[in-house]
Write a protein that binds this ligand. Structure first.
Ligand code: NAI
Length: 342
């Protein structure tokens, strides 16, 4: 079946990792018409918009997008395109599975976490102002509606995928009203899911626990800011930002993107690891019912990682993005679809 999918290559390492995924999907035999759209600084130079209307229309029409990272200037300049996109399409849930990959050495061997991050409010509302020179206020928005929606998403996910525990992460000892409301909504939803254990952890203690015993946690339910920070911490548990995928879900549309950013330190050098965006793309294939092809590509990726001779610098190798991509393509063309033995 032919699919029409919006592709946002992004900037920095975005175009390199996006083209790697497009190449692998083509070699795997997928029939996809990609509608390519710029965002951020690249779009601004062409259209004077950082989040062009044509891009939003394309995603609304196709319902599915694959997105590379987009740079957000620090401290000044335009507001985050990533946050803007999530708000514009009400992509209220950010799902980030964090698992050990075969052949990728990390400090832990048994990490299997699901991060469910609220994606539309909290301190990301961007409501900041100068009260008087030298004093700035930043407003944290937490609503019953968004907190209940994200809690329900986490519990539904847990039930559908056989997960046993949902842990809400908060700082309600200090932010009694805002994080307090987040917890209250989580508890209300938890009462409807008696088959799933519910517990709570304060965010600082949760970070320590994740570093000491990541295997003891299962599905993590977090407001936006803690979700962002804890995601990168969790990526560090399994080999780094180069290997952790993500999906943003709304009611009707879904945008798949890696956890990592535009990595300006390695951009345009053919050094980026495309695994995180590839795994995001595989989540997208599951979403559009191309499960068999997703399984075949995952097997090819696993074989390349287990073999270990072709891997990018972040995983201790010397391969370029292109060499790693071509190794996966070769596996797809010549290797068996079976999973590697080890
Ligand atoms: P980053 O994730 O871009 O990079 C952090 C470190 O991880 C760097 O050393 C980088 O080289 C490495 N890294 C990241 N992805 C990698 C990959 N695929 N392969 C190998 N190494 C990789 O985080 P940073 O530097 O804080 O942010 C850079 C820019 O990206 C900022 O403008 C930020 O706002 C933006 N950003 C965009 C996101 C998105 O579009 N969803 C998400 C996170 C950040």
């Amino acid at each position: 079946m032919k699919h029409v999918i919006t592709l946002i290559p992004g900037d920095g390492i975005g175009p390199e990792v996006s083209e790697a995924v497009v190449r692998i999907f083509t070699v795997a035999g997928l029939e996809i018409e990609w509608e390519r759209h710029d965002a951020g600084v690249v779009a601004f130079e062409k259209t004077n918009e950082t989040l062009p209307v044509a891009l939003l229309d394309s995603i609304r029409r196709n319902k599915v997008a694959l997105k590379g990272p987009v740079t957000t200037p620090i401290g000044q300049g335009f507001t985050s395109v990533n946050v803007g996109l999530r708000k514009a399409l009400d992509l209220y849930s950010n799902l980030r599975p964090v698992r050990n990959l075969p052949g990728v050495q990390s400090r832990y061997t048994d990490v299997d976490l699901i991060i469910v991050r609220e994606n539309t409010e909290d301190l990301y509302a961007g409501l900041e102002h100068v009260v008087i020179p030298g004093v700035v206020e930043s407003i944290k928005i937490i609503t019953e509606r968004a907190s209940t929606k994200i809690a329900r998403f986490a519990f539904e996910f847990a039930r559908n995928y056989g997960r046993k525990r949902v842990t809400a992460i908060h700082k309600a000892n200090i932010m009694k009203l805002s994080d307090g409301l987040f917890l209250e909504c989580s508890r209300n939803v938890a009462r409807e899911y008696t088959d799933i254990t519910y517990d709570e952890r304060i965010v600082d203690a949760a970070c320590m626990h994740l570093v000491m015993h990541p295997e003891k946690l299962d599905v993590l339910l977090l407001p936006n800011l803690y979700g962002d920070i804890v995601s990168d911490l969790c990526a560090g548990l399994v080999g780094g930002l180069g290997v952790v995928p993500g999906a943003n879900h709304g009611k009707e549309v879904a945008v798949f993107e890696a956890v990592h950013g535009s990595a300006p330190d390695i951009a345009l050098k053919n050094l980026a690891n495309p695994t995180a965006l590839l795994l995001s793309g595989l989540m997208m294939l599951d979403h559009i019912d191309e499960r068999d092809t997703a399984t075949r590509i995952r097997a090819a990726l696993d074989r390349v990682l287990v073999n270990g001779t072709v891997r990018t610098g972040d995983l201790g190798g010397t391969a370029t993005t292109t060499e790693f991509t071509e190794a996966i393509c070769r596996e797809l063309q010549t290797g068996s679809a079976a999973l590697p033995d080890s």
